[in-house]
Design a protein. Sequence first.
Length: 128
Amino acid sequence: MANQNITFDTESGTPYAVNLTINGGSDFSNTFTVKQPNGNAFNLDGYTGTSQMAKSVAIGATLGAVATFNVGFTSAIGGKLKISLGSTSTRNLSGGRYVYDVLVSSGSTVYKIVEGDLIVKPGISTSP
């Protein structure tokens, strides 16, 4: 499991860029600790999250979502959220470059807080 510390400014609305790697056939998870520009935790209490990935075919072009991450808040008040995919889901991914994003929303307010590239390395062996 990887951990990323990110800063998100609601005024600019610009997502933080984080590139990740998924090993096919393995459980994947990444925890993001979201902070405000002043260093305080971004309070995610009352928010819900969504995250998907899509195969990247060219600059700015994708083929649509190929996987939806599970999104959970490990400490909403502390600004911690986790995205994950189980080994069955990662086993079915083709190797290559993908793009992903993480959205959080509360009521009609929606923020894209993280985006980036994902490299999928297909598994060589799988467990029975």
